[in-house]
Design a protein around this ligand. Structure first.
Ligand code: NAD
Length: 418
């Protein structure tokens, strides 16, 4: 099965959903068991090896977004997120994008940037000396990763820049490293630390910080999708969505929320496949302010036929090897479900999911408002929190929606009345 337009997945039982996912991704019975485990996939022992002072583990819901077609290939997208509506919104956005062929996405090769802060130097002389010893520095950096060297990847370029600070000018030396299919944080840090003594010797200065930059501007992914005018809701809705985008693009208070909606999609996929979500968000926020003003990460316009056109461009430092991607059993199975074979392909899916999410959020905001869909799910959570059983939840939710009174207290009152 390779068609991701699975209808009414939400109406199916967990067992049926798992069967669909297993068929789609050709999962083994062991992999299905991992998805079924109620401890979220990691034992305490594993957790204890991952972080310091561990006392337990913490699970979040894992769901599947459907309908994704990206660069002509179908994907079902695992998403780990606590917020209701997000997975439904991503699936809805992908369904509309699919009408016009889905998402076209490209991602740059995986070049990470490592920074070395050099102090107490004559900067122009130091820059010349470093440039003259470029190959020696690159060779030393590459001696730290046989894996990358064997793949023809690794440190490729060195550049120098001067920054002005209250403590005076500083020289920043940057290593550009092709990290292949890894996020590459550790190998970047290792290489920066390894070349620092040599850089000190060549420049006559003192190296202080030696660390990866999370502002991964050499790992940009770009997604585009056309959302058919009729499916969007007609000319007026298309125009209102564009007006909603312009609000976000020109007001930081709106832009942050708008971009948070994009992150709802992108980060939920990141979580499912074991990525460093802090790195992604920090980079995305910096990129939103790239022009000197914090703006919308996505852009919305219409084509000659009046269809809505969305694009999203974000830096994405992600990997299918390294970090916890190969350690966390659920993350491993989710990567298989996604079927991505390279870090760039993963970046493409995460960007498409962000764009799908953004479409659904601004469409809802520009039409009926966000609360209609959100509140039903919120009401379900409240009814469950009040202690209602599955059958009681449906009754309580319906009643609270009819009354337009959705609160934990009301859920408790209604439960008592049942
Ligand atoms: P990692 O240290 O596990 O390294 C991945 C390694 O896999 C590579 O160095 C390489 O030797 C090997 N490899 C095998 N096949 C490969 C392939 N096809 N392409 C590339 N490498 C291949 O993981 P990482 O990606 O270096 O680091 C990710 C982790 O580092 C994350 O958990 C992140 O949270 C953490 N981290 C982040 C920061 C930061 O963001 N500032 C800093 C330090 C650590």
């Amino acid at each position: 099965m390779s068609d991701s337009s699975i209808s009414k997945l939400f109406e199916k039982t967990r067992k049926e959903r798992l069967e669909i996912v297993a068929n789609f991704a050709n999962l083994s019975s062991d992999e299905i068991k991992i998805l079924q485990s109620d401890n979220g996939g990691i034992s305490f022992d594993k957790a204890d090896k991952m972080v310091e002072n561990a006392i337990g583990t913490f699970s979040l819901p894992l769901g599947i977004a459907t309908n994704f077609k990206i660069n002509g290939k179908d994907y079902i997208v695992p998403m780990v997120i606590e917020e209701p509506s997000v997975i439904a919104a991503a699936s809805k956005g992908a369904k509309v994008a699919r009408i016009k062929g889905g998402f076209e996405v490209s991602a740059l090769e995986s070049y990470s940037i490592g920074q070395i802060q050099v102090l107490d130097v004559d900067i122009p002389t130091a820059i010349k000396a470093i440039e003259n010893s470029k190959n020696k520095i690159l060779d030393l950096a590459n001696s730290k990763s046989n894996t990358l060297s064997k793949m023809g990847k690794g440190a490729k370029e060195i550049s120098c820049k001067e920054i002005d600070t209250p403590s005076g000018k500083m020289l920043i030396v940057e290593l550009l490293i092709d990290v292949g299919d890894a996020m590459g944080a550790n190998v970047t840090n290792t290489m920066c630390e390894a070349v620092s003594p040599l850089i000190e010797k060549i420049s006559g200065g003192r190296a202080l910080l030696r660390i990866l930059s999370n502002y991964s501007t050499r790992r940009i992914a770009k997604a585009k999708a056309v959302f058919e005018k009729e499916a969007v809701g007609g000319d007026e809705v298309v125009d209102n969505i564009i007006l909603a985008f312009e609000f976000a693009d020109n007001d930081v208070y709106r832009a942050v929320t708008h971009n948070k909606g994009i992150m709802n999609g992108t980060i939920a996929v990141a979580n499912a496949v074991g990525q460093d979500s802090r790195a992604i968000e920090a980079a995305a926020n910096a990129y939103a302010a790239e022009s000197g003003r914090y703006r919308s990460l996505s852009r919305w316009s219409k084509d000659d036929e009046g269809n809505l056109v969305g694009t999203l461009e974000i830096p994405l430092s992600v990997g299918i090897v390294g970090g916890i991607a190969n350690v966390h059993p659920v993350a491993k199975v989710c990567t298989k479900v996604l079927g991505v074979k390279t870090a760039q392909e993963l970046a493409c899916v995460m960007t498409a999911t962000g764009l799908a999410q953004n479409y659904s959020a601004i469409r809802a905001l520009a039409t009926e408002g966000i609360q209609k869909g959100h509140m039903r799910l919120h009401a379900r959570n409240l009814a469950a929190a009040a202690g209602a059983t599955t059958e009681q939840i449906d009754v309580i939710v319906q009643k609270m929606i009819e009354e337009k009174k959705i609160s934990l207290d009301r859920a408790k009152e209604l439960l008592e009345q049942i």
